[in-house]
Write a protein that binds this ligand. Structure first.
Ligand SMILES: [Zn+2]
Length: 93
């Protein structure tokens, strides 16, 4: 975990360095929404809004059309992003 970054900085969805390569190599329907790698047993989910433009908390009110729903996040990416962990939930609603 990088302690130099503020805990408030959220990563962007689908923004991992090799997301597109990982995602196309992955046989799962729903790979990690940050790095694109497969998740053996999905545990953490984070809501994606703005048509995939950013993550949001469960409480935030957004236009229905921009709400992309809950996306699985791998344990590694959750561990590296404390701000994301803060708005993630265990399992799907
Ligand atoms: Zn990941």
């Amino acid at each position: 975990m990088k302690n130099t970054e503020p805990a408030g900085a959220l990563p962007l969805p689908f923004s991992g360095k090799n997301y597109h390569k990982n995602e196309s190599d992955c046989s799962q329907d729903e790979p990690c929404a940050i790095c694109g790698k497969g998740i053996r047993s999905p545990t953490w989910y984070v809501r994606v809004v703005d048509g995939g433009g950013r993550f949001a908390s469960e409480e935030e009110v957004v236009p229905e059309a921009s709400d992309m729903g809950w996306h699985a996040i791998g344990n590694t990416c959750i561990g590296e992003n404390p701000a994301l962990r803060a708005i993630a939930r265990l399992g799907l609603p």
